[in-house]
Design a protein around this ligand. Structure first.
Ligand code: HAM
Length: 416
């Protein structure tokens, strides 16, 4: 027997049904915000990710040389692809609001919430430089989590690379990119190592000031009043003001940097409020990527949310849908009545019910046992009553059984 690869998942029907329900709800929320669905290739030239994603993600790619000698890779993220798609269409009316839910691959060490193959929901807005687009994207991310039953179970931590850069410069730091890289690793390395690394790049005094800033977390208003007002501070205050309109609150936390190299402004991550899991989702503004790929200069902001951490937190909070298969109706057949039974099944299928039918010819007892195993809500038994235009309907949950006229079936087996 073959075993599956480490970090990959087999998806059996019970699990798939629950997952489909969650994915549908997420897609529906995106549509309700006026986002339009797209899809994209699973394989791209490796170079696409070298341009702006950063070394870390390129190191994690499942990449190979194809038969034509091209260096290609399974996509480790979608943002470069979406920017490429946008750059090659000049006719789009702005703002462009796109979402998708592709599979992607990263050669990481598999662990809780981190896999080698996962789904990642993406939503991005192109063509709006103003903070209104950041607010809309953040609100969508939060509305998705709220609608999945996670209200108050997560914290939306927002930072701003421009504000952080201003502060670093004010503190006299010259190697800004290096400082960002060290700050990004803050929670992943021991504190002493972090402090030492920061001191090496920024000097002792500046390192102390930076650490003070990284430790101030809270409402936008509180944090801005503590670190001092500035033009970027005003923009962040405006961001919260806009989000008030959506009924959403963010936490300003300047320790959020994000690993990807292309972000240019606001960056954000949603974290489990109990601090148990890694980031549920992450995103930010990336105003230079489309132009870099040959398009018109186009501001952009968006986020990606993997399905793995989401599932862990939803399960912990008891809001992950039940993992079981289900049909509305199972049609059991008394020998000699297959044709009539099939006609009834087809009528109900056309009405939109999920209908299974016996294919075995085994005893009625065994057919009903099977109906129970596949969690049919109702079993119909099609036998000689059909001559009077009737079938036996068994409510599989209560066990109640009665004869019903075929014309009345739909009312009884309503889509509950
Ligand atoms: P990212 O932070 O690399 O950003 O990934 C976003 C989310 O994808 C993570 O928060 C996590 O939920 C999920 N994820 C990442 N790696 C894995 C993994 N190995 N296993 C399971 N889930 C994972 C991006 O990918 C950006 N392209 C997002 C973006 C879109 N920014 C702007 N638009």
């Amino acid at each position: 027997m073959f075993r599956k690869l480490k970090g990959f998942r087999d998806m059996y029907p019970e699990k798939m049904r629950a997952r489909r329900e969650v994915f549908d709800r997420i897609n529906m929320t995106a549509r309700s915000f006026g986002f339009h669905e797209i899809d994209a290739p699973s394989v791209e030239l490796l170079e696409l990710f070298r341009v702006k994603s950063g070394d870390e993600i390129v190191k994690q790619t499942f990449s190979f040389v194809d038969k034509g000698g091209r260096k290609i890779t399974l996509i480790p993220e979608l943002t470069p692809t979406v920017a490429r798609m946008l750059a090659s269409r000049k006719d789009l009316v702005k703002p462009v609001k796109w979402f998708s839910f592709p599979k992607m691959w990263r050669y990481e060490e598999p662990q809780s919430g981190r896999l080698r193959e996962f789904y990642q929901f993406n939503a991005d807005i192109f063509g709006i430089a103003g903070i209104e687009a950041d607010a809309e994207v953040l609100a969508l991310a939060m509305e998705i989590l709220d609608s999945l039953g996670l209200k108050d179970k997560y914290v939306m931590r927002v930072s701003d690379r421009i504000l952080m850069e201003e502060l670093l410069k004010k503190f006299g730091v010259e190697k800004i990119e290096e400082a960002f890289r060290i700050i990004d690793k803050k929670d992943k390395i021991p504190e002493e190592v972090f402090i030492e690394n920061l001191q090496n790049v920024a000097g002792k005094d500046a390192a102390e000031k930076i650490i003070d800033v990284l430790n101030v977390k809270g409402s936008v208003e509180d944090v801005i009043s503590k670190i001092g007002d500035s033009p970027r501070g005003e923009i962040l205050l405006r961001l919260q003001e806009l989000l008030d309109g959506y009924g959403k609150k963010i936490t300003l936390d300047l320790s959020i940097v994000r690993g990807l190299a292309y972000y240019t402004g606001i960056v954000f991550e949603a974290h489990d409020a109990k601090g148990e899991f890694r980031a549920i989702l992450g995103g930010g503004r990336y105003d230079n990527v489309v132009q870099l790929f040959g398009g018109e200069p186009t501001p952009a902001v968006g986020f990606g949310m993997g399905d793995a951490v989401l599932e862990l937190i939803m399960k912990r909070e008891g809001v992950w849908p039940e993992e079981r298969m289900e049909v509305d109706v199972f049609v059991a057949i008394v020998p000699g009545f297959r044709k009539e039974a099939t006609q009834i099944a087809m009528d109900l299928r056309k009405e939109g019910f999920r209908v299974d039918i016996d294919l075995t010819g085994r005893s009625l007892g065994k057919q009903l046992k099977y109906a129970n195993r596949i969690n049919a809500k109702y079993a119909l038994i099609v036998g000689e009553e059909i001559c009077d235009g009737k079938v036996v309907v068994k409510d599989m949950r209560s066990g109640e059984q009665k004869k019903v006229e075929i014309g009345k079936l739909k009312e009884i087996i309503k889509k509950d």
